[in-house]
Design a protein around this ligand. Structure first.
Ligand code: ATP
Ligand code: MG
Length: 263
């Protein structure tokens, strides 16, 4: 069985892509799934936030350059396996200019896909060759949004990118849903936020996930401890919300292991 590949994407910065990628990896891993996290962001946040020394480990950049195999570049953390990234990857747009450059990641992952149940890809806040590599290599997309920056502006760009990738490289690409992050159920704006999110979802031919992620300082603190919020603060609101998201996405194959969780 080959891994299901899910990409977390939004060209806007700071909406919770890395937080979501780390939480899904941790939740899936705790449920017994074999998972690989792939960081395609030159900021290197996914590897860093799961405790890796990203300046001194092998990265996806080394793989793209053909200097190491995918297997050799995979690091191990307490949470899961990670194909890390660092600032060197920012040269990608210029450096990888040969025909077929859109398939670098797909090719790299094909060598390890049968070892995992899920591969979760974190992407930069951009729509560039790195994002396209993720869209080509993935089965589906999750688009996190936060109410502060929620707007219809920018939806057409991501829609165009998705459609181009579908037309030229990956006809099966689907959008699993829009994920509302930093959601405050008490906010009076709540209904407006939901309506806007529904509008965006319908433009992208998808839905808004039932699960919404509430804010908590523990989500902001977790990366400095090298852990996802799921493992850093398992009783926090965002941890519960991400567990619910994970069940929405993968609960049929990997139901939550209630026996091992403290109540
Ligand atoms: N639900 C939440 N509650 C509190 N803080 C959060 C929550 N989600 C994310 N954050 C914090 O907001 C900041 C941005 O989140 P994150 O890094 O996941 O966004 P991103 O989309 O990956 O950003 P970038 O576009 O720069 O890669 C981080 O400091 C993170 O810890
Ligand atoms: Mg990020």
């Amino acid at each position: 069985m080959s891994a299901t590949v899910v990409t977390i994407t939004n060209q806007k910065g700071g909406v919770g892509k890395t937080t979501t990628a780390a939480a899904l990896l941790a939740s899936l891993s705790n449920r017994g799934a074999r998972v690989l996290g792939v960081d395609l962001d030159p900021q290197g946040s996914l590897g860093f936030s799961l405790g890796l020394d990203i300046e001194h480990c092998k990265t996806v950049y080394d793989v793209f350059r053909g200097e190491v195999s995918t297997e050799e570049a995979i690091s191990t953390t307490d949470t899961c396996d990670i194909l890390a990234s660092n600032i060197l990857l920012s040269a990608a747009e210029i450096e990888f200019n040969k025909p077929g450059r859109e398939f670098l990641l797909k090719t790299a992952l094909s060598k390890v896909k049968d070892r995992y149940d899920f591969i979760i890809i974190d992407t930069p806040p951009a729509l560039n060759i790195l994002t396209v590599n993720a869209y080509v290599a993935t089965d589906s997309l999750i688009i996190p949004m936060s109410p502060e920056v929620l707007s219809l502006l920018g939806v057409s760009q991501i829609k165009e990118t998705i459609e181009s990738v579908r037309n030229y490289y990956n006809s099966g690409l689907t959008v699993l849903g829009i994920l509302l992050n930093r959601f405050s159920p008490r906010l009076r704006l709540n209904r407006e936020v939901m309506e806007l999110a529904e509008q965006i979802a319908s433009q992208l031919g998808t839905v808004v996930f039932q699960s919404k992620i509430r804010s908590s300082v523990s989500a902001a603190e977790a990366p400095a401890h090298g852990l996802s919020v799921i493992d850093y603060a398992p009783r926090s609101n965002p941890a519960a919300d991400f567990e619910s998201l994970c069940s929405e996405i993968a609960g049929d194959k990997f139901p939550i292991d209630t026996d091992s969780k403290e109540v």
